[in-house]
Design a binder for this molecule. Structure first.
Ligand code: AMP
Ligand code: MG
Length: 409
């Protein structure tokens, strides 16, 4: 048995991950941009909204004409016309005048507020105003969302439905993003067979190719399964070479430990110019994790244990994929909450522990119930809502104590 010879802390591996160069830029149509990250600062080509608009049905007025208006002593204004939706008013207001307007209508020159129709009564070309309005009441001013020339979103911003809405509102349809990382998945192990084949004695079905494929998609990558590789060093190297050429990131599942049939480290080291970032990470589960860097491409050796493989994916691979897409730092990691431990959770110091937990809401927040199942059981992941983190220096979490829980996407 050999030893892991370059064990790093999770935080050390993460800072290495941020040293990888982001992928090249490309431009995509607005609707293809959802979930991606802006590759450039975006400034506003025009005011949004482009003109001051009513937010209520009623009468466009000059606010100062309505001061002192009361139910019993209404102010009377002259109605000079109606503002048509989607059109510029053909008149401007002079003192003592009002114009009918609907929600979304364009305020005429001379108006700075809208009186709601509920507080008015129109008769023979005159309107009684029964309640005063303040300037800018019941309107959205020109440029109130965004002013022409201002930075609307900084690069690295995640493109959410609301961000898409802003860009549509500003007429920006050609969006600068970074290319999606192409990610290869190789699963190693003589015991593996694909899910579509009947099961055979001694064999288990390949889970990791599929769970990792799905996780890569969620993280914005373009996964490609390179199939099952037997535990033969030369075959792994040959398959890795092809996957490496065709992708930005390669994930090798299994064979990352220090057993006699573990060839992942050897295969990665054989690629020309390979730099080994870590061989072993001080984390449980997931210690047998390898990260190599070859010409700005990352090659991970992930643990074969099905829960560990996914955990390490979320802890290290997902942040890398998001970083390659140009995501702002705050988007790299899973969102986390504080939750109350439902029972004592012991931990050995000297490594970080990530405990799969179920979350249950109660009036003060959430309780986190640990799922004490082996990391070879995929059910432990399927049942989990998140991972509770026990820091390296800690010997565990007491029942009722607050702990960080990373939420699974
Ligand atoms: P390894 O990391 O290759 O030593 O594998 C550790 C354990 O995970 C072994 O029990 C393997 O059979 C299992 N394993 C490895 N790869 C996969 C996979 N793709 N799907 C399901 N189980 C796997
Ligand atoms: Mg194996």
């Amino acid at each position: 048995m050999h030893e892991f010879f370059k064990v790093k802390k999770v935080s050390e591996v993460l800072s290495e991950i941020k040293q990888f160069e982001s992928l090249p830029k490309e431009r995509v149509f607005l609707l293809e941009a959802l979930g991606r990250f802006l590759a450039e600062d975006l400034s506003s080509p025009e005011d949004l909204p482009p003109f001051s608009r009513a937010t209520m049905d009623g009468y466009a007025v000059s606010a100062k004409d309505t001061f002192g208006a009361r139910e019993t002593e209404p102010v009377i204004l002259k109605v000079i016309g109606e503002i048509l939706m989607g059109e510029k008013p053909r008149f401007s207001l002079r003192p003592g005048e009002a114009a009918r307007i609907a929600t979304g209508g364009m305020l005429p020159e001379g108006a700075d507020a809208v009186v709601m129709v509920e507080y008015t009564e129109e008769n023979l070309g005159l309107v009684e105003i029964k309640k005063p309005v303040a300037p800018y009441e019941n309107i959205i001013q020109q440029g109130e969302d965004f002013k022409k020339g201002q930075i609307v979103f900084a690069r690295g911003t995640k493109i959410t439905p609301a961000v898409i809405g802003v860009m549509a509102g500003l007429g920006i349809t050609n969006i600068p993003v970074r290319k999606k990382p192409r990610v290869a998945i190789l699963s190693t192990g003589d015991e593996l067979i694909p899910p579509e084949k009947p099961i055979e004695p001694g064999k288990i079905r390949d889970i990791n190719s599929y769970s990792l494929f799905a996780a890569i998609k969620e993280a914005g990558g373009e996964p490609k399964i390179y199939g099952i590789v037997p535990d033969v060093a030369e075959e792994l190297f040959e398959r890795l070479k092809v996957a490496f050429e065709e992708n930005d990131v390669v994930l090798i599942s299994g064979g990352s430990s220090v057993g006699t049939r573990d060839y992942t480290l050897k295969a990665i080291s054989q690629l020309p110019g390979a730099q080994l970032i870590c061989h072993g990470v001080a984390v449980k589960p997931g210690k047998p994790t390898i990260l190599g860097k070859v010409q700005e491409k990352a090659i991970f050796g992930l643990p074969g244990q099905v829960a560990s493989a996914l955990l390490i994916f979320y802890l290290m691979v997902r942040p890398l994929l998001l970083h390659l897409q140009g995501a702002n730092e705050k988007h790299l990691f899973l969102k986390k909450i504080l939750a109350y431990a439902e029972r004592n959770i012991p931990s050995a110091p000297g490594r970080e522990d990530y405990i799969r937990v179920k979350l249950t809401p109660f009036e003060k927040g959430f309780t986190a119930t640990p799922i004490f199942k082996k990391s070879g059981l995929i059910s432990s992941m399927a049942e989990a809502d998140g991972f509770l983190r026990i820091p390296e220096s800690s010997e565990g979490i007491y029942e009722g104590e607050l702990a960080e829980v990373f939420l699974l996407p």
